[in-house]
Design a binder for this molecule. Structure first.
Ligand code: SF4
Ligand code: SF4
Length: 358
């Protein structure tokens, strides 16, 4: 996909966004009761790009927590199935590097060739994604350890990628749609100096991380410690099974389907809602429940994010945002559990990770 980099003065950038608002729904971080949230932006002055962590990631505007899949209606001797054909065009503004990676994770799950999710594809195709490098590192963030930040490296998944250079943005673009959208601004091409300033900002951010996890042998370590006592101790003593962790996790994509059928049985609305592996019903199969204990459910959440996802999708399922531990009512932290397991294998002592020789 075609890549270019420009420098755009902030004043031009924000009036350009306002123009875009005539054609697209603008969605971005704005202050709400309880903290910043990705919501509809009616006026550019409501946009707060100096935000930290939002409870729900911007992905909820691509993969909605609840949405209709189709309607099925009786027609003569048969039934007609109608699916959604279009969605509003929207711009997601200010998506941080970790959340851009979360979108790439959802792309892997929902856009797999031959198994595409129609609704997700529609939203994805009709959404212009404007990424933004974080201005600072939040205390709960460990994206640098997970390889998902603080700066976004892949040349995919976004239309625009912004780095704040003071009065202007270094604006990296991918694809023709992005070039067309900014063509009338006649922006100047970025120079090596702008990229040097970007690299310097990245280095400064790297020094701000308070949280980390060693991923070198994480997959093998977690997989061979399925019966480690940390699972049952944490689950029995602290997990409330509230499902908050999965609700806020930007890479959790499991859903369940529900049918609402009219009384005369001629019409059915089929919708889906985001489900959670922390729910007791989640692993119910005919005659049994293969994760009937809190221990099994908590272990499933952590090992899927930090281990089995790698085999399934070729990347970690955790992008290091820290949402699950921030909104867990008892502050259960998956990095603490991983560290405790590493410690029992002699790989973690006195607050730091020891590298294995092998
Ligand atoms: S598991 Fe927790 S830290 Fe990792 S992506 Fe999900 S919410 Fe973020
Ligand atoms: S948010 Fe915390 S208490 Fe709630 S289900 Fe997740 S780990 Fe358990």
């Amino acid at each position: 996909m075609q890549y270019q980099a420009f420098v755009i003065e902030k004043i031009s950038f924000f009036s350009w966004l306002e123009e875009l608002g005539q054609e697209f729904q603008l969605i971005g971080p704005r202050e709400r009761e309880g903290g910043p949230a990705f919501s509809r932006i009616e006026s550019i002055k409501d946009l707060n790009l100096d935000y930290g962590l939002t409870m729900m990631g911007p992905q909820v505007h691509l993969y909605h927590p609840e949405e209709q899949i189709c309607t099925i209606e009786e027609r003569g001797a048969g039934f007609e199935v109608s699916v959604r054909q279009e969605v509003p065009r929207q711009v997601l503004i200010g998506v941080h590097s970790c959340d851009l990676h979360a979108i790439l994770v959802l792309d892997r799950a929902f856009l797999k060739a031959g198994m595409e999710d129609r609704n997700y594809r529609l939203w994805r195709e009709n959404t212009v994604v404007i990424g933004l490098h974080c201005p600072h590192v939040c205390p709960q963030c460990f994206c640098a350890s997970m390889g998902t930040g603080p700066f976004f490296e892949p040349k995919q998944g976004y239309d625009f990628l912004l780095t704040d250079l003071g009065d202007s943005y270094l604006t990296e673009t991918l694809g023709n749609r992005a070039l067309k959208l900014i063509a009338h601004l006649n922006p100047h091409l970025a120079t090596q100096d702008h990229f040097d300033r970007k690299s310097q900002l990245g280095l400064e951010l790297l020094n701000q991380f308070q949280k980390s996890i060693d991923t070198t042998h994480l997959v093998e370590i977690l997989l061979r410690n399925q019966n480690h006592p940390v699972w049952s101790q944490t689950a029995d003593q602290r997990c409330l099974n509230c499902t908050n962790c999965t609700k806020v996790c930007p890479t959790c994509f499991c859903y369940n389907v529900k049918d609402t059928i009219s009384f005369d049985l001629t019409r059915c609305e089929r919708s889906r809602y985001k489900d959670s592996c922390q729910e007791l019903h989640f692993a119910e199969v005919h005659g049994a429940n293969f994760r009937s204990t809190r221990t099994a459910r908590l272990r499933q959440f952590v090992t899927h994010k930090l281990a089995t996802w790698v085999e399934q999708f070729g990347c970690f399922g955790c992008i290091g945002c820290g949402r699950c531990m921030t909104w867990c009512p008892t502050k259960i932290d998956l990095t603490d559990m991983a560290r405790e397991i590493m410690a029992s294998e002699g790989l973690y002592t006195a607050g730091r990770v020891k590298k294995r020789a092998d």
